[in-house]
Design a protein around this ligand. Sequence first.
Ligand SMILES: Nc1nc2c(ncn2[C@@H]2O[C@H](COP(=O)(O)OP(=O)(O)OP(=O)(O)O)[C@@H](O)[C@H]2O)c(=O)[nH]1
Ligand SMILES: [Mg+2]
Length: 441
Amino acid sequence: MEQKMNDFESLAQKAYARFGELAKRYYYKFKRPVVTSGGVPCMLFLGNHSSGKSSMINWLLGGDVQDVGLAPTDDGFTVIVYGETEEEVCGPAALARLPEEFDGLKLFGADFLQRLRVKVRNRELLRSVTLIDSPGMIDSAAGTVNRSYDFEGVVRHLAELCDMVFFLLDPDKPGTTGESVTVFSRCLSGVEFKLRVLLNKCDAFSSLYDFARTYGTVCWNLARVLHTKDLPKIWTVYSGETRETANGGVDLTDFNRHRDEFLAVVHDAAARRRDNVFSQALSDFLGLSIRMCVVNHASRRLCTFRIAVLSFCAVISLAAGALTWQALLSRFGSGSVTAAIAGVAAACLGLAATWPLARLAVYLQRQRLSGTVDATFEAEYRSSLAVGTSDNLHQAWHAIREETAQVIREAPLRLPFFGEFRRRQLDSAAAKVFASFQKGV
Ligand SMILES: Nc1nc2c(ncn2[C@@H]2O[C@H](COP(=O)(O)OP(=O)(O)OP(=O)(O)O)[C@@H](O)[C@H]2O)c(=O)[nH]1
Ligand SMILES: [Mg+2]
């Protein structure tokens, strides 16, 4: 089974490597461009400041790995990985200690890398899962707190890379932090399927009424920012040893069940990684295939349009040259060199005069084509849409629609010859990845 799993991962990785260059030509960004064969699943802990992320990680690992405290404690991201010898690496060197999948973090610059830390710990759980602790989200008086690096970008990148994202909320401030709302609505869109909300510190509820009020507030806040039909699963949990019900507090038995569910998910991380690599690879390849199809279509039409415009310019210039030559022939007599030179000059002038007009026409045509991307998509995928696979296709299209229109409108296109042939190659590689995944299930 594990061997088959590795086969599937290495096949996906080969496909990513093979079509990486092609994706660049179409300005398409793979979400998970590197798949480390046999890699360890990853879990990201996000949440408000003091929501208990580090305490939860400590509890999972059965020891003090992260600092905890009431004041904002973590100001950077900490990746906790398995290793026989315990050590801690900070800054750019930390990236070198992580699998290749994390290389994309380089793009977030030196300020971010200064706040990246890798802790190597000899804990059993880390053999099967890598945990990532994040800085708590805080609001400053002027809005969200100013960070010297692209915090949202890093969260999005890590959320795409990780196999599970836990968002911890504190009963004291259930989802009111502006930065966390932004993270929910912007960074986590498209990866909601990995998201689990943990309403933490439930041992601190003073009564059932207190719990109900907090739970209601959390649902209310989430419903306003998440663009999914259903609410994500919310687990009411607490970290630390099983506790007795506080005086007048809520019976913790049901919460312990939630905790067990949460623990089961953490321990079953390998299965999640397999599903995530698979669904991300398929969505990456499908997205690229649609992007290629629509851009190829636009580029063919643009090419025909260019030929028509250039032919028009050439005819105008040649006509100007011929008329000038004719007019001067009657004055200087046949065989006149002056008439010939004047004719050529007139043709060149005609070309120079029509050139800006040709460029303007091509520019306007690109604007027009970018406005018709939906119609192009519908026309190109007419047969697939008719046989009922439309939900998946529509979803994939909506994820890349805006960017595709922008590519057609503005980007310099250096598309490969035989673009459609390359697209078929991509589709068949994706089908192989699919088949290999099914064999491993
Ligand atoms: N009652 C209770 N308190 C908790 C629980 N988890 C964490 N705490 C307390 O909450 C405070 C903050 O915990 P941390 O783990 O440092 O929170 P954090 O989210 O890592 O905070 P930052 O790193 O600052 O973002 C600490 O005083 C913990 O003792 C819990 O399950 N129940
Ligand atoms: Mg912390």
